[in-house]
Design a protein around this ligand. Structure first.
Ligand code: NDP
Length: 293
């Protein structure tokens, strides 16, 4: 039997629809219009595409969008000065600095400079700490999206064996924390993990966030498992074009899994939807209102 294809686009549209409705209510009932500032340094083509799409979706959801495009040779001090201005601006509820940054700028220093209450990427150490303390409001967007997709398939994740391959601060680690908060039993695997295929085969929920095209093979998947592929790898084609592939060998895995996300059209769209959700959460918190939905 072929696995259910998890439609990340549809899930993202549904979430954006709920966020858009809540933004309209927030404006109508409280006079608060959430605002998101996106800062892009340089002209990396992939980052430019992501930023354009974030700005478009922000405005479409009824939020204010602030677009800061800086040259690739902007100094760290100048970038920090812009962050300070955005921190102080009451119209800005969320600040997203598109990563990666050029080598002459310390991403750590920039992230640490963002007001934790406006850190819609959930990367500030205060928010990372709150996540592990179980008191987080702003959590990284991609992991939040992964958990929403998995819950959409399984309902509850309680008691399920989850394996997260990858331990980055932006995906793997926060994802593991969120799964733990959902009462899954969580294993985090990485490049030094022994017998990775065996570890993956134990997973009811398998998350791949590695950045290696099709590394997770079909025979690494437990029959019936839910597979969430975070990987975005650009594969050059002989005709000069390129296509995106995930960290999971989809054609093999769909024969074994119960449900699986495609690439593209799986986790990717959820990341932007969760960015809008985080901006709404930040705006409501700033206005002293409870979390939406
Ligand atoms: P990083 O490069 O920061 O982390 C990769 C992780 O994979 C590391 O923990 C690394 O282990 C682990 N790893 C590398 N090789 C192996 C291996 N052979 N076996 C087991 N583990 C391995 O990547 P990110 O977490 O930032 O991103 C992961 C993927 O997700 C990328 O393809 C990225 O493009 C994609 N992505 C997609 C997003 C979306 O919106 N869909 C958003 C963010 C990322 P170690 O720590 O030991 O080095």
């Amino acid at each position: 039997m072929t696995a259910q294809r998890i439609d990340g686009k549809a899930a993202a549209e549904a979430l954006i629809g709920r966020v858009t409705d809540d933004v309209a209510r927030l404006i109508r009932d409280h006079g608060v219009q959430p605002g998101l500032a996106v800062v892009l340094v340089g002209d990396d083509p992939a980052s430019t595409v992501y930023v354009r799409s974030k700005i478009k979706r922000t405005a479409a959801a009824g939020m204010r969008s602030f677009d800061h495009r800086l040259p690739g040779d902007v100094s760290e001090d100048d970038l920090l000065a812009i962050i300070a201005r955005l921190n102080a601006d009451p119209q800005v509820n969320g600040i997203l600095v598109q990563l990666p940054l050029p080598k002459h700028i310390s991403a750590d220093r920039v992230i640490n400079a963002i007001d934790p209450g406006k850190d819609v990427d959930g990367l500030h150490p205060v928010n990372a700490g709150r996540l592990s303390a179980g008191t987080a409001k702003l959590v990284p967007c991609t992991p939040r999206g992964c958990v929403i997709l998995a819950k959409g398939v399984r309902g509850t994740l309680a008691g399920l064996d989850a394996v997260v391959v990858g331990r980055s601060a932006i995906v793997g680690k926060p994802l593991a924390q969120l799964l733990l908060a959902e009462d899954a039993t969580v294993t985090i695997a990485h490049s030094k993990t022994k017998d990775l295929a065996d570890v993956c085969r134990r997973a009811d929920l398998l998350f791949a966030a590695v950045g290696r095209p099709e590394m997770v093979r079909g025979d690494w998947v437990k029959p019936g498992a839910t597979v969430v592929d975070v990987g975005i790898n650009r594969l050059a084609l002989p005709d000069g074009k390129s296509r995106l592939i995930g960290d999971v060998a989809y054609a093999e895995a769909e024969k074994v899994a119960g449900a699986i996300t495609p690439v593209p059209g799986g986790v990717g769209p959820m990341t932007i939807a969760c960015l809008l959700l985080n901006t709404l959460i930040a705006a409501r918190a700033r206005a002293g209102l409870p979390e939406p939905m």
